[in-house]
Design a protein. Structure first.
Length: 223
């Protein structure tokens, strides 16, 4: 018997649980599957157009910038514009996300690189798993497709979100995670990002880029 099994056996003895615990497992599974939903604010809900408008308003309120494009093929040109107009170098790093890989990056003058950041990249782009209209939040999952280092190390984080993936509230994000990945297969890390990094710890003076990117530019793809 392993140490783990010994610990669980000791817990079962202390709870007077017999060797057959299938009914207890079934009860826990039913509780997780049928648990009541708490109070959910309606601010982020409504028709898709209304939800999108709320998301953009909330994201800009927390100092992110937002741009709309019609299709995924328009993303590279929008990112190139953003970097150019902010006098930033035409370099960009992203992961193995197939949605990003399929975009026409060679049509721009951007120099692209793939894989996690080692801390020397100024610009990175990620594809978000979802976004929350209620708070203007992006939801990014870890993995080779979108390495977490791209969320935190570069000065400028550019994030692509498809309009269909904008949900009304945080509760909907967890439902989508469960539906997408299934039980026991969730990503190692799920990051909820609301605006660029900031801190006002010193004399209550707001400082951008305190713990991560100082700029957050969101590209919303309509279709």
């Amino acid at each position: 018997m392993s140490a783990r099994e010994e610990i669980f056996a000791s817990i079962r003895r202390s709870l007077a649980v017999g060797p057959v615990d299938a009914p207890r497992r079934d009860a826990v599974a039913a509780r997780l599957a049928q648990g009541p939903v708490g109070i959910v604010p309606r601010r982020g809900h409504g028709e898709p157009a209304e939800r999108l408008a709320t998301y953009k308003s909330e994201a800009e309120r927390v100092l992110a910038t937002v741009a709309d494009v019609a299709t995924a093929a328009d993303v590279p040109a929008e990112i190139a514009r953003f970097l150019r107009e902010n006098n930033l170098p035409a370099t960009l790093r992203f992961g193995d996300d197939p949605r990003l890989a399929a975009m026409p990056w060679p049509a721009t003058a951007l120099e692209t690189a793939r894989g996690p950041s080692e801390g020397d990249d100024l610009n990175a782009v990620s594809a978000a798993f979802a976004a929350v209209a209620e708070t203007g939040t992006l939801v990014l999952v870890s993995g080779p497709d979108n390495p977490t280092t791209l969320n935190f190390l570069p000065d400028n984080h550019l994030v692509v979100i498809f309009a269909a993936d904008i949900v009304g509230d945080v509760e909907s994000v967890f439902a989508r995670l469960k539906a997408t990945y299934g039980p026991g297969a969730l990503p190692r890390t799920v990051n909820f990002v609301t605006g660029p990094s900031r801190s006002a710890d010193i004399e209550q003076t707001l400082l951008l880029g305190a713990h991560g990117p100082r700029r957050l530019h969101i590209v919303v793809v309509a279709g």
